[in-house]
Design a binder for this molecule. Structure first.
Ligand code: IMP
Ligand code: MG
Length: 180
């Protein structure tokens, strides 16, 4: 898999360190609130598992699957729900845990959809933010790293379902997706 990478952008050590800080911030902000941590499958699984283990306050888990990309590397703006939450979120504090915010379409759709179910609050915690690529206004409440306009894989993030199990985050060589 490493052959297909232009370079490693963020090492495992850097990820671990940043997650510890984010977890401490969330612990502090959600003290006594028992937040519902919603993982957006599948890209956020590594981040989710590491973040939740670094948090020390009581919390609950739920999962949602959504698709906006298919096998392409550009967002279509179309969002499709594949798996919904198991339980009602009325009156709950929701923290959406996402791998990356790019155009912002996925999360702005999701945020609107969740708010219509009358939660107490909805916040976004993303590992990566491609802020230059935003097409709709969306500001993550918690974020791990800002990155540039490059296609990244690893630590849960994929290209055509590949590279999710790389322990670090790398930039994919253009030729890997250009001649597809
Ligand atoms: P948005 O709707 O454009 O913000 O797209 C967000 C989704 O696109 C993320 O949840 C990822 O699944 C996918 N995505 C965006 N950029 C990348 C990338 O660089 N690598 C892998 N997936 C990406
Ligand atoms: Mg995703």
């Amino acid at each position: 898999m490493y052959r297909d990478l232009k370079k490693i952008l963020i090492s495992k050590e850097e990820i671990d360190k940043r997650i510890k800080d984010l977890a401490a911030e969330l612990d502090r902000d959600y003290q006594g609130k028992r937040p519902l941590m919603v993982a957006i499958l599948k890209g956020s699984i590594m981040f989710y598992a590491d973040l939740l283990r670094a948090m020390t306050i009581p919390l609950e888990l739920d999962f949602m699957a959504i698709s906006s990309y298919g096998n392409k590397t550009k967002s279509s703006g179309e969002v499709r729900m594949i798996k919904d939450l198991d339980r009602s979120i009325e009156g709950r504090h929701i923290i959406i845990v996402e791998d990356i915010v790019d155009s912002g379409y996925t999360l702005s759709y999701l945020k609107r959809m969740l708010y219509s179910r009358h939660p107490e609050s909805v916040k976004i915690c993303t590992l990566l933010d491609k802020f230059e690529c935003r097409e709709v206004p969306l500001e993550p409440d918690y974020k791990g790293f800002d990155i540039g306009n490059e296609f990244v894989v690893g630590y849960g993030l994929d290209y055509a379902e590949k590279y999710r199990n790389l322990p670090e985050i790398g930039i994919l060589k253009e030729e890997v997706y250009e001649n597809k």
